[in-house]
Design a protein around this ligand. Structure first.
Ligand code: G
Ligand code: MN
Length: 416
């Protein structure tokens, strides 16, 4: 009995229950649960046994799942499980792993305890698929992948498969699909160009992949050192020209918390600076406060070494992380980058303006520069002028763009 219509109707119903949050948040998921090597099982235990196994599997699934989930039979000892209202992809991965674990337990069939080899594949909507049919295909393909990789469960590799993601990113690095975008940074008072922040962008064959995604992939798959090396070299190559035109400019680069912990990062930055003829004082390394969570001692000591070579150290997205002031105690920060949420909040919320004022003062008392991120409106810039902020960047003045274009557009300012 193939209940394809029932299954599609159940999937459609679950899609409508979707909480409908951000574009990367899966709204629902589908698991395909299949007993493998059924013929072998039947040879061992008889035909009746596989019929009973089918019933026992259904029973176990029904008991394991949430009330909102539904189980639909899709074949011999094969089921689809529709999971509405997922929080995120991890939620689907947890469900797949839980079901796979439960299916490993022996089944009581015909008075005997027997084990079956059962694999679970999962896919999420809208990440992996645009239709019920595609979702089923993806989950089924993930189930086949699991068998192939000798795993008990797998999620569709389109959204999160590490091996696939690793290969794609590696390939992108080789094929120069990654690009440096630059966003100009200006003086709050006077408005002159002071430097650029470098942002990595990846236009894959399937479209733009957000940095949050590919940086996470790089960190998870061990490509972070390669990505960092690429990013430093590509950035410095672009900045070297601009710096020749205006020696006082700075060039800011984002380092992921993991990249800071990679062996030899200080030497690597030093050698890239020499290769491109960029003085260390022109480079600012940006890290988020989260960098101090995983391994605060090593992070602080690496950044201390880097600072000793003359490179500036900025705390990025300041005020949103696990803000603790303790790491600032012994740490040579040269720049605080006030997160754009505070900047955007200033207009409607006087407390935001007070917080921005306090962050600017904190920066100054530490001998650091205060930089406002994400300035989108004239009123925000005016408030920053009143508050004595040093530098700003944001859509109000300039969006990030391909390095060559941004530098070409800045040429008159540079030569002025
Ligand atoms: O974490 P970090 O501050 O490095 O993030 C920089 C990101 O912020 C970039 O992806 C950039 O495109 C984005 N960005 C830069 N300026 C603005 C802005 O004015 N508004 C918004 N919403 N985003 C911005
Ligand atoms: Mn940044």
């Amino acid at each position: 009995m193939l209940n394809r219509d029932t299954l599609y109707a159940t999937i459609e119903a679950a899609r409508l229950q979707a909480p409908g949050t951000g574009p990367t948040t899966p709204a629902m998921g589908l698991l395909v649960v299949r007993a493998q090597r059924l013929r072998e099982f039947e040879r061992l235990f008889g035909y009746v046994a596989s019929e009973r196994l089918q019933v026992a599997m259904a029973d176990r699934l029904e008991h394991a799942l949430r009330r909102v989930d539904s189980v639909v039979s899709i074949g011999e000892c094969a089921f689809a499980v529709v999971l509405p209202q997922l929080h995120d992809r991890q939620h689907a991965a947890l469900a797949a792993s839980k079901v796979a674990r439960l299916m490993r337990e022996p089944f009581e069939v015909l008075g005997r305890s027997m084990r079956a080899s059962i694999t679970v594949g999962g896919a999420t909507w809208p990440e992996d698929a645009a239709s019920a049919d595609e979702l089923c295909q993806r989950a089924d393909a993930a189930c086949a992948d699991a068998v192939h990789q000798r795993e008990r469960h797998a999620l569709s590799s389109r959204g999160g498969g590490e091996a696939v993601a690793h290969d794609a990113l590696h390939d992108a690095l080789l094929r120069n699909q990654l690009q440096v975008y630059l966003q100009p940074i200006h003086a709050v008072a006077g408005g002159q160009l002071l430097g650029f922040e470098s942002l990595a962008r990846w236009q894959s064959d399937d479209g733009w992949i957000p940095p949050s995604v590919f940086i996470a992939v790089a960190e998870q798959t061990g490509l972070i050192d390669e990505l960092t090396r690429w990013s430093i070299n590509a950035t410095l190559r672009h900045c070297a020209d601009a710096l020749r035109a205006q020696p006082g400019l700075t060039c800011s680069i984002n380092l992921s918390p993991r990249a800071v912990l990679e062996h030899g990062i200080v030497e690597q930055i030093g050698s890239s600076l020499r290769i491109w003829g960029v003085p260390p004082q022109a480079l600012i390394v940006e890290i988020t406060e989260t960098a101090f969570v995983e391994d605060p001692e090593t992070t602080a000591s690496v950044l201390g070494e880097l600072h000793a070579t003359g490179v500036g150290i900025a705390i990025d997205d300041y005020g949103t992380g696990y803000s603790s002031l303790s790491y600032l105690r012994n740490f040579p920060v040269t720049e605080l980058k006030i997160d754009r949420s505070f900047v955007a909040g200033m207009a409607g919320n006087p407390r935001c303006e007070q917080l921005v004022a306090a962050m600017i003062e904190l920066a100054h008392r530490l001998g650091a520069t205060a930089v406002a991120e994400g300035v989108e409106q004239r009123e925000e810039l005016e408030a920053l002028q009143r508050l004595g902020c040093d530098r700003y960047q944001g859509y109000y003045t300039a969006r990030p763009g391909p390095a060559d274009d941004v530098l070409a557009a800045a040429r008159p300012a540079l030569e002025a």
